[in-house]
Design a protein around this ligand. Structure first.
Ligand code: NAP
Length: 463
């Protein structure tokens, strides 16, 4: 441990999604200490969830990368991108600790949650995370196949990811042709036979996790109508009490109002439909060798004796034929590199972004975390900004208190990686790749045509 002996800090950030970039930007703003940053990313491409999680028809949200680029391009003397470097394969986490004053883990939530319902393993039942990664051209999903031959698809969960999945399934070809959806997804979706999507929420419309803007979008699609049954708009006693006692949030009230006012009771001819089914939970996925139907049980939401919400299964059960199910019940932070993992909150154990041991809450020297890995998979892209700022403030306070370890290795990380034969993708390489993707889309309305394998990406850089 050293007192403050450095006028500059060397920081490694792992993960180049929004949390990673907001941490980088905040570090670059510091005058004292001046911070040099190396940003490590497993893929050749930066931006993480902005590139591979945000829906392709949300191009405006993607434009946040322009802010990231602007900040780093003004500071290329202090910022380096190390793309296509897998921590744990090409370099070990503890090696990074030895090379830098501090390491910030911004690896997000890479896993998905399971329902624990019989039949979940049947072909045809997928995680929404996989589908999202596939249509966004994530290299890990380049070989994936989704069967879209049955007219009905069911999505479990009513968060914003569920709505993204439903919308993309029902976008028209003309709409998709204005996006950067992967070529393969474009081809499969334009031949898809899905024209009905059911979104199942286990509680009522007031508890829907999605946001009003996303509901409004569903009502404005070329190829499908937003349709609701009356029984799904009725508020349960818990929701009624929430509204009466003014305990409902503006978002909850708005969601309910939008669903009532924007949904049609009948479908227009020649249109598909997207329907919220509330108070509905999957009980089993049925099929002989592949998914054929979902057994869905209606729930009743009640107030229990102590005034708390109680979700009670009823006797009403329905078997709904369908060809594909997407489980969209939230992402999960995976434990990594032996870092302390808080199993109660399912995040890397931390105190305001300083990674701490689970039992004694003792800070790990020089190890920090930001984004979903720190707080869990909640919030929008912008939520990561204050989150990352908090982590950087914690890091700087540790520096001021002399709590950051001095690097024990002085050899440059570039030399280490090059000695190991690692094919690093630097920022200039990414800019070349970026230009190549944009050029591939010239003459079309699409903003870019993504490369979807690592090989294609590296080839495009080598040209
Ligand atoms: P989410 O918002 O947490 O929604 C998860 C959904 O799954 C909820 O409807 C939840 O219902 C349901 N669920 C959980 N466990 C379940 C179970 N065992 N059985 C049935 N249903 C279950 O998660 P998300 O949609 O993955 O989104 C993650 C974050 O990214 C959110 O903060 C979201 O707003 C954000 N995001 C934003 C955008 C955007 O801004 N356009 C787009 C995509 C994602 P309960 O409420 O009953 O638990």
């Amino acid at each position: 441990m050293s007192a403050i002996t450095t006028s500059s800090l060397n920081v490694a950030v792992i993960g180049s999604g929004p949390a990673g970039f907001y941490a980088v930007i905040e570090l670059l703003k510091q005058e004292d200490p001046r911070v040099k940053i190396d940003l490590f990313e497993a893929l050749p491409t930066p931006y993480g969830l902005v590139r591979y999680g945000v829906a392709p028809d949300h191009e405006n949200i993607r434009k946040v990368t322009q802010t990231y680029d602007k900040a780093i391009e003004a500071n290329l003397d202090r910022f380096r991108f190390f793309g296509h470097v897998v921590v744990g394969r090409d370099i070990q986490f503890d090696e990074l600790r030895a090379h830098y004053h501090a390491v910030i883990v911004c690896t997000g939530a890479q896993s998905d949650r399971q329902l624990g319902v019989p039949g979940e393993e049947l072909p045809g039942v997928y995680a929404a995370r996989e589908f999202v990664a596939w249509y966004n051209g994530h290299p890990q999903m380049s070989e994936a196949r989704f069967s879209l031959t049955h007219p009905r698809a069911i999505v479990i969960g009513v968060g914003n990811v569920a709505l993204d999945v439903g919308r993309i399934l029902l976008r028209s070809e003309a709409e998709l042709l204005q996006t950067d959806i992967s070529d393969r997804a474009l081809s499969v979706l334009t031949q898809s036979r899905v024209d009905e999507v059911l979104l199942l929420g286990r509680r009522g419309p007031l508890q829907a996790a999605c946001t009003p803007v996303e509901i409004r979008e569903l009502a404005r699609m070329e190829r499908a109508d937003l349709v609701m049954e009356e029984r799904d708009l009725i508020l349960d006693p818990v929701s009624t009490k929430l509204i009466e006692t003014k305990g409902a949030t503006p978002q909850q009230i708005k969601n309910h109002e939008q669903l009532k006012s924007l949904s049609l009771r009948e479908r227009r001819p020649d249109r598909g439909m997207i329907q919220f089914r509330f108070y509905s939970a999957p009980e089993a996925f049925l099929g002989d060798g592949k998914l054929e139907a979902v057994r869905v049980r209606r729930n009743r939401v009640e107030l229990d004796a102590s005034g708390r919400e109680n979700v009670v299964p009823t006797d009403v059960v329905e078997e709904i034929p369908c060809g594909v199910v997407f489980r969209s019940i939230g992402y999960q932070v995976a434990p990594a590199w032996g870092l302390p993992y808080d199993t109660k909150r399912s995040v890397i154990a931390n105190d305001k972004g300083h990674v701490v041991t689970v039992d004694t809450r003792k800070p790990l020297d020089g190890v920090f975390v930001a984004g979903w890995a720190k707080r869990g998979p909640t919030g929008i892209i912008g939520t990561n900004k204050p989150d990352a700022i908090e982590t950087v403030e914690t890091l700087l306070a540790a520096h001021r208190n002399g709590q950051l370890p001095s690097p024990s290795r002085t050899v440059d990380i570039n030399t280490v990686l090059s000695d190991r034969g690692v094919r690093v993708v630097h920022y200039a390489d990414w800019k070349k790749l970026n230009q190549a993707e944009i050029a591939r889309a010239s003459g079309t309305e699409r903003p870019r045509r993504k490369f979807t394998t690592i090989e294609e990406m590296l080839n495009a850089i080598s040209v």
